[in-house]
Ligand binder design. Structure first.
Ligand code: AHM
Ligand code: MG
Length: 281
């Protein structure tokens, strides 16, 4: 898998340069989820695809920005699902964004996920790779240097509540209010990569993107966003759930499926599971 991580590092350097100089305007295309693609989304996607094409162990890829699975090397062992530039609409206001990668074997389903990684493009560029453990690297003089292993505490202090609040169920609203009542601080930028990175580095808390009246299955995509971060959070001693069960037990019927999701340290996630069990019909 080293070749894959080297390819991710190479693409991260190119995408960092693209973000610094690229055009942040909209293209005339929509992706499979119906979002208007930015020129940066398309260019980041092309960078990753061109680099992955030369990695012989990659059998096929699928991008959040593309409709279908793209076959690459027939004898490859791994399948990669990726979001080339998550939170891309934040680039024009100069907030942090990221790339997310899920590495699968055999099929694009949660139980076949074997590793995950993400890159945060912020004031610094950082890469987090989860295999059996979770390691963070930082781009220094064009090379990724190992910085530290990441582990969540049992309980944190941050709360990152996603989605449109007037579409929350009453019990979800109560849960979030109670968490704030207990002294948690709001930390939500609108980019899941920096928001989840912050919770990981500060030791814990809760990030939620629930099912809502306007989007009963949430917004975040299983293969490109939820499963990779679920893998990373579990390996860092935390949890990721859909409200009722592990996110990594959610079934995928279509590559662009979404799911409600909650990521965090153990205490916060156990609280979510209890509230959802008591309240959801
Ligand atoms: P994108 O893939 O179209 O950029 O959308 C994903 C982003 C996540 O990074 C973030 O957590 C979420 O959308 C924010 O959505 P909202 O503004 O509805 O809270
Ligand atoms: Mg995304």
């Amino acid at each position: 898998m080293t070749e894959i991580f080297d390819a991710i590092k190479k693409s991260a350097i190119d995408i960092k340069n693209l973000i610094e100089t690229g055009d942040t305007s909209k293209s005339s295309n929509e992706n499979s989820t119906g979002d208007t693609q930015l020129k940066l989304d398309i260019a980041s996607d092309e960078i990753i695809e061109a680099i992955f094409k030369n990695v012989s162990c990659i059998k096929a890829i699928v991008s959040e920005e593309q409709e279908k699975i793209v076959p690459l090397n027939e004898n490859g062992k791994y399948l990669i699902a990726y979001d080339p530039l998550d939170g891309s609409s934040l680039v024009d206001v100069n907030l942090s964004v990221g790339s997310i990668f899920g590495i699968y074997e055999k099929e694009f389903t949660a139980n076949n996920l074997v590793a995950a990684a993400y890159v945060v493009y912020g004031p610094r560029v950082e890469l987090v790779i989860a295999t059996e453990d979770v390691k963070m690297y930082r781009l220094i003089n064009n090379e990724f240097k190992f910085m530290q292993e990441l582990k969540l505490n049992e309980k944190g202090k941050l709360n990152a509540p996603g989605s449109t609040q007037n579409c929350w169920s009453s019990f979800h609203k109560q849960l979030i209010d109670d968490i704030f009542e207990d002294g948690y601080r709001l930390r939500y930028s609108g980019g899941m990569v920096p928001d989840l990175h912050q919770i990981l580095l500060k030791g814990g808390g809760l990030f939620s993107y629930p099912g809502t009246t306007d989007r009963p299955k949430g917004k975040l995509r299983q293969l490109f966003e939820v499963f990779p971060f679920a893998y990373i959070y579990e390996k860092a001693n935390g949890q990721a759930v859909d409200g009722f069960k592990r996110a990594l037990e959610v079934e995928t019927t279509h590559i662009h499926d979404t799911t409600p999701c909650f990521f965090g340290s153990n205490e916060e996630i156990n609280r979510v599971l209890k509230v959802y069990k008591e309240n959801a019909k």
